[in-house]
Design a binder for this molecule. Structure first.
Ligand SMILES: *[C@@H]1O[C@H](CO)[C@@H](O)[C@H](O)[C@H]1NC(C)=O
Ligand SMILES: *[C@@H]1O[C@H](CO)[C@@H](O)[C@H](O)[C@H]1NC(C)=O
Ligand SMILES: *[C@@H]1O[C@H](CO)[C@@H](O)[C@H](O)[C@H]1NC(C)=O
Ligand SMILES: *[C@@H]1O[C@H](CO)[C@@H](O)[C@H](O)[C@H]1NC(C)=O
Ligand SMILES: *[C@@H]1O[C@H](CO)[C@@H](O)[C@H](O)[C@H]1NC(C)=O
Length: 709
């Protein structure tokens, strides 16, 4: 680990303790390579090729399965996906990546990684296909819910916490997808054309963090990068990932993203999935024809075997007991443990309160006799039942997860209606309106209630982008109808990222809550926030614009050349640079209390090659209730650095009791302060005056100071 990154971890006091560490202390890469060397020596060429080739789309119990080498090496089970073990029972269906990011809570994200690791291990899966650290470049992109949002720094921190959590259980994390895979339409063929500054500072950033945190594996993406498929891209895989970033583990192709044999192997692809199209016998032939050397094959095999040793999978690793292909053969092992508690608390911690007027929230049961709960998104699906809503766009029913490889089977689902009903108690009447197109019924229910909670959503899944960024299922009309009828209207949105909010200024829309895709405990997490058992502290990990035209990137249904012309100006960086006022900015979220900031101090030191800046700020809870604040640190670089006005470079979640205060520390090393110099093809420290902005969002800056480097 680099010095800057190390000191950053120390400064922030990241908790390296795991709550339930079942794995042995992991080996260093050198130790693991030494062991792997002994084992690979005993393998024939055919056996080596076998461990780098998938057995086919339905070639085993997992979504990816490699050939085993009798007595030497097992068939590796690679399994989706980022939020739970996909395609099996007895697992936890937790919060999506976008919610994990919205919590801005490193400890909670680590715990999520730990329980995911326990569940993958418990099922015998060797490789967790996650986290997804691609970025929200456009609100239309279909996989935004799997990601950690639009900011590379946030994505890097969330990715690292997830990886450390998962790998602490001896499971190999496979961070994905390298690289520039930010839309679904034409994903098998489009070319992302990215300049070097944006590539290094934005899109590669979270992958570089993952590599520095010793991630075991990386998945290359479907798309081309500057005209060459990512999985056979010499510059991306060999020059950058395995070269400059010194990645020691193995690179796997996304499923069907391999396009060649010798070219892929020579350019850095270690494992073909699901195989065996270009590797297997084709790779053997390429070796025999002299197109791929034995040394190359040895390196590929060593990468796979050493990662397995490094994670301690050589002793006591459970054998696969699930079957995602043939459910009759699934042994139905229950690995849920007590993980639902983490889902519930992270669901609440990731709920973002966007608007709250006249203290309509938190709800006060003593003052309320009736609550209208409107919208099919509040309840179970009327048509299919939510169990069937996992991989199809549901016509009705609440949305608590996205579809595709980012899904898992619900063990159960606490709907928002149940969560609210349970918490409200018997003395409050719940008037439920369950049909989105029934505006007359909705108006009636809203009119007869003290408070109206109206639900709407957007379902998205892998392989499809959103056709629009409006709410689905008549949502805007439903919300307006309810607001016209009830002056205490609370809007709850379940969506993968931004939706347009044409009703936001309606005087009766008193509160708006974004709940993301919170998973199986959705109703409980929501009720915890609505009734004030949890004081909201979730923050937007993406920008909500006033108009769709305000976003720099739409999804193109026609173009196959995706020019990343906005460069480093992604998300809030674009809105700031172009002085476009968003509806709700990155990092925004309200609380039931108020925090005041004071006493920002920054110290700089220059000791040889490393320059570090330390800062501290006092945060006081000046409201009536205890709460957590997400204190955010943005850096304003000297003009010549070519950076956006503000760039996130630190955040801390701090619990502060009412009338108390906390001192929050930040540290910035070279990693946080250098920018990519295109002409030098390297990171560089710009001389000049920097501004440190400390705030409650990217636009709510409470304290600032300058320093010179
Ligand atoms: C990729 O293309 C972009 C713009 O089209 C260019 O700036 C960049 O240097 C290219 N990168 C490589 C590695 O060719
Ligand atoms: C810790 O791991 C053990 C063994 O896998 C499991 O039985 C237990 O439920 C786990 N505890 C928690 C808190 O997850
Ligand atoms: C319900 O109302 C009754 C009568 O006013 C009261 O005694 C009881 O405590 C209330 N229950 C709850 C859960 O608030
Ligand atoms: C926060 O402070 C503002 C301004 O003093 C006040 O109007 C508001 O009611 C306070 N909010 C809370 C939740 O205490
Ligand atoms: C910042 O704090 C760390 C840890 O307390 C210390 O080692 C380092 O010297 C400090 N740097 C500056 C610039 O104050």
């Amino acid at each position: 680990m680099k010095f800057a990154a190390l000191s950053f971890l120390l400064l922030l006091g990241i908790n390296a303790q795991s709550t339930n560490d079942t794995s042995k202390a992991s080996l260093t890469w050198d130790q693991a390579y030494k062991k792997a060397n002994e084992l690979v020596k005993q393998m024939s060429l055919e056996q080596k090729v076998g461990i780098m080739t998938g057995n086919g789309l339905f070639g085993g119990p997992c979504v990816g399965n490699t050939a085993k080498v009798d007595g030497l090496f097992p068939s590796l089970c690679l399994q989706d996906g980022p939020m739970g073990v996909r395609g099996t029972t007895g697992v936890t269906a937790g919060v999506a990546g976008i919610n994990a990011a919205a919590s801005f809570d490193k400890k909670a994200i680590r715990q999520r990684g730990e329980y995911l690791g326990e569940e993958f291990r418990g099922k015998g899966a060797n490789v967790y296909l996650g986290p997804d650290v691609n970025l929200v470049r456009s609100p239309y992109a279909g996989r935004n819910f799997e990601t950690f949002g639009e900011d590379p720094f946030l994505s890097g921190v969330a990715g690292v916490e997830t990886i450390l959590g998962v790998q602490s259980k001896g499971v190999i994390a496979q961070v994905k997808h390298v690289i520039a895979n930010e839309q679904e339409t034409w994903r098998m063929t489009y070319s992302s054309n990215v300049g070097d500054k944006a590539l290094n500072e934005v899109y590669l950033w979270p992958f570089e963090e993952a590599i520095n945190a010793d991630v075991g594996s990386i998945m290359c993406s479907y798309n081309k990068v500057n005209g060459t498929y990512a999985c056979e891209n010499e510059y991306i895989l060999n020059t950058i990932v395995k070269g400059r970033l010194s990645f020691k583990g193995f690179i796997t192709s996304d499923w069907l993203a391999t396009h060649s044999t010798a070219k892929s192997a020579n350019n850095g692809l270690d494992v073909e999935m699901p195989g065996p199209t270009h590797y297997g016998s084709q790779l053997l032939k390429a070796v025999k024809d002299g197109q791929v050397t034995q040394e190359k094959i040895n390196d590929m095999a060593l990468r796979i075997v050493s990662t397995w040793y490094k994670l301690g999978q050589d002793t006591g690793y459970p054998t696969v007991n699930m079957n995602a292909v043939n459910k009759l053969k699934d042994q139905k092992v229950n690995v849920q443990g007590d993980h639902k508690q983490y889902v519930r608390s992270l669901g609440a911690a990731s709920t973002v309160l966007l608007k709250n007027q006249d203290h309509v929230l938190p709800l006060q049961p003593k003052k309320i006799k009736s609550i209208a709960v409107i919208g099919t998104d509040a309840d179970n699906s009327l048509i299919l039942g939510n169990k069937l809503c996992v991989n199809v766009p549901c016509l009705t029913g609440t949305v608590a997860m996205g579809g595709g490889s980012g899904s898992a089977d619900y063990p159960y689902l606490v709907t928002p209606l149940e969560g609210i009903r349970n918490r409200a108690g018997k003395n409050i009447t719940i008037n439920h309106g369950a049909i989105d197109i029934d505006l007359i019924g909705a108006r009636h229910k809203a009119k007869m209630s003290d408070v109206a909670i109206v639900f709407s959503n957007v379902f998205t899944m892998e392989a499809f982008d959103r056709p629009s960024i409006n709410l689905n299922r008549n949502g805007d009309n439903l919300i307006k109808t309810v607001a016209d009828a009830n002056q205490n209207t609370i809007v709850v949105i379940h969506s993968p990222s931004a939706v347009l909010m044409p009703w936001i200024d309606h005087p009766n829309v008193k509160a708006v809550v974004w709940a993301g895709y919170p998973g199986q405990e959705t109703g409980n997490s929501l009720a915890d926030v609505l009734f004030g058992d949890v004081n909201p502290s979730g923050r937007l990990p993406y920008t909500i614009a006033k108009n769709k035209q305000d976003y720099p990137v739409q999804v193109s249904l026609i173009k196959q050349q995706l020019d990343y012309t906005e460069g480093v100006f992604v998300g809030y960086r674009y809105f700031d640079e172009n002085n476009i006022a968003p509806l709700f900015e990155f990092g925004f979220g309200l609380s039931y209390t108020n925090f005041t900031y004071s006493n920002l101090q920054a110290t700089t030191s220059k000791d040889g090659s490393t320059t570090l800046v330390n800062a501290s700020v006092k945060v006081m809870n000046s409201g009536d209730v205890d709460g957590a604040e997400i204190v955010q640190a943005y850096i304003g670089f000297p003009k010549s650095a070519g950076e956006p006005p503000k760039v996130l470079r630190g955040f801390e979640k701090v619990l502060v009791q009412r009338s108390s205060s906390a001192l929050v520390h930040f540290g910035f090393g070279l990693r946080e302060l250098r920018v990519w110099d295109v002409s030098k093809n390297d990171w560089t420290l710009t001389r000049g005056t920097y501004t440190l902005y400390i705030g409650a969002s990217s636009r709510d800056i409470r304290q600032s100071t300058t320093f010179s480097l």
